[in-house]
Design a protein around this ligand. Structure first.
Ligand code: G3I
Length: 445
């Protein structure tokens, strides 16, 4: 059975954070990325390469600045199961041990992926491939049980472009349910790990790929498939730019009841404005818990020619580093104190299918001061859906339903009124642009 645990910054991380508090200036200003993120219960991490752990300039920055790491290549399928049934964990274990001895949390990357498959797996198909990939998930998640906080269970399963379709791959051709099968296998192997779906080009809320992943997560949550988090790789390199609606994407995923992570951040030429915006957007969404840059120094980057990281090749802090640290120390610019209880996505919120019907949220138009939401009910023709909003947000208009309110004015019960199974409402942000409505329940009749 799955044991759901809230991840909080570990005692070790907190002690590390306290140890780097700066006395001058703001009482809450911290002098490293990890320590400043830890102030609001978040993680600031980096991809690491086992081959660089012998470079003391590299490990000095790693151990000083980051409270989370992602092995860049060492946990991929070709690295961990180079021959069928023969597992190889040496390089990954070295990273895990280094992290553990410095109080740094590990994100496992990645259990199931169409890329970086060893030759033996590339040549498999059908039920043979299905059992091979599920065995891989089980074996690797079991090996790292208790050592990996989050797993990228499935990586990059959706196609680019306007189709909103799954990416064609040997794994996809084993059946559309391969993703949920991988999540269930990971869940059985390590019930305490937080299980994430990870992808690139799901940063822009308007992109078909973003919408398709959103619908998959919504479907998984409604059917009880064990998923805890969504990773937005956020490679703003190679021609993909930071989108102005990034915060809407983060908050929309969070409103499904999953944590949101920025998992592979790098930005061409490391502009301070885009780096600050990414951090501010994350801080504005309480379920945005992790920001991971894809490498420490520009020379460590998979796109070193674009100088996309926070440290230059000599390990000096770049302007982008200072911008990120300042943003982290300034806290949530959306008005919320990042140490207050999360305003969105309470993980104890029951799934919206508990009362004989299912309510699915579709985010609508977002303006500067307000946004629309529509909710579609399935499984019943008459229903009551309970929706909670986060004050000071306020619902200002409703349509296609009859609303009543609790005494706080923050919880609306919408009942069917013969106008069909989709109702909608407009919410005034009132200074909180990050929160999104939560479906508390859907009751038939
Ligand atoms: O270590 C060998 C070296 O011995 C050999 O001489 C050389 C010859 O090509 O290859 C080296 O391995 C390379 C490895 O990076 C380490 O540098 C592989 O060829 C190369 O394919 C591999 O690229 C990695 C890529 O994923 C493919 O797996 C990048 O480092 C890594 O940054 C990148 O990370 C991915 C994420 O996993 C998923 N999201 C996108 C992201 C960027 O592509």
């Amino acid at each position: 059975m799955r044991i759901r645990t809230a991840v909080v910054v570990s005692t070790v991380s907190l002690l590390a954070a306290v140890g780097t508090l700066v006395v001058a200036g703001s009482a809450s200003a911290a002098s490293t990325l990890g320590a400043s993120a830890a102030q609001s219960g978040r993680y600031f991490g980096t991809a690491v390469a086992s081959g660089r752990l012998g470079d003391s300039a590299y490990t000095t920055l790693l151990d000083r600045e980051f409270n989370q790491v992602t092995p860049e290549n060492e946990m991929k399928i070709d690295a961990t199961e180079p021959q069928r049934g023969q597992f190889s964990y040496g390089n990954a274990d070295r990273i895990v041990q280094h992290a553990a001895s410095h109080g740094i949390k590990v994100r496992g990357h990645t259990l199931a992926w169409h890329s970086q498959q060893p030759g033996w797996m590339q040549s498999l198909s059908g039920s043979t491939l299905r059992s091979a990939i599920l065995n891989h998930v089980t074996q690797v998640a079991t090996h790292f049980r208790g050592q990996v906080t989050w797993w990228d269970v499935v990586n990059e399963a959706y196609a680019d472009g306007s189709s909103g379709a799954r990416r064609d791959s040997n794994l996809q051709r084993t059946g559309n349910d391969w993703i949920e099968a991988a999540f269930r296998a990971a869940d059985a192997a390590d019930p305490n790990a937080l299980l994430c779906y990870n992808d690139y080009n799901i940063d822009n809320w308007n992109d078909a790929k973003t919408q398709a992943v959103y619908r998959m997560v919504q479907d998984f949550k409604s059917r009880g498939v064990p998923i805890d988090c969504v990773g937005l790789q956020s490679h703003f390199t190679g021609g993909s730019n930071y989108p102005s609606n990034y915060r809407t994407t983060l908050s929309s995923f969070a409103a499904l009841g999953v944590d949101v992570h920025i998992t592979e951040l790098d930005i061409r030429n490391a502009p301070t404005s885009a780096y600050s915006s990414v951090v501010n957007d994350c801080l504005a969404v309480s379920r945005c818990k992790v920001i991971t840059v894809w490498g420490i120094r520009d020379s460590d980057s998979w796109r070193s020619g674009e100088s996309p990281l926070l440290f230059d090749g000599s390990g000096n802090k770049k302007a982008a580093y200072n911008a990120v640290l300042t943003a982290l120390n300034n806290g949530n610019p959306g008005g919320g104190d990042p140490t207050t209880p999360p305003p969105t996505g309470n993980p104890t919120t029951p799934p919206p299918s508990s009362g004989g019907c299912t309510a699915s949220v579709t985010p609508g138009t977002v303006w500067g001061d307000r946004y629309n939401t529509s909710v579609t009910v399935s499984g019943a023709s008459t229903w009551a859906v309970v929706v909670a909003i986060t004050p000071p947000q306020k619902i200002s208009t409703i349509w296609n339903g009859s609303a009543s309110w609790d005494s706080s004015g923050n919880v609306m019960t919408m009942r069917s009124n013969g106008s069909g199974n989709t109702f909608g409402f407009t919410t005034m942000m009132n200074g909180n642009s990050g929160a999104r409505p939560q479906i508390r329940s859907c009751t038939a009749g």
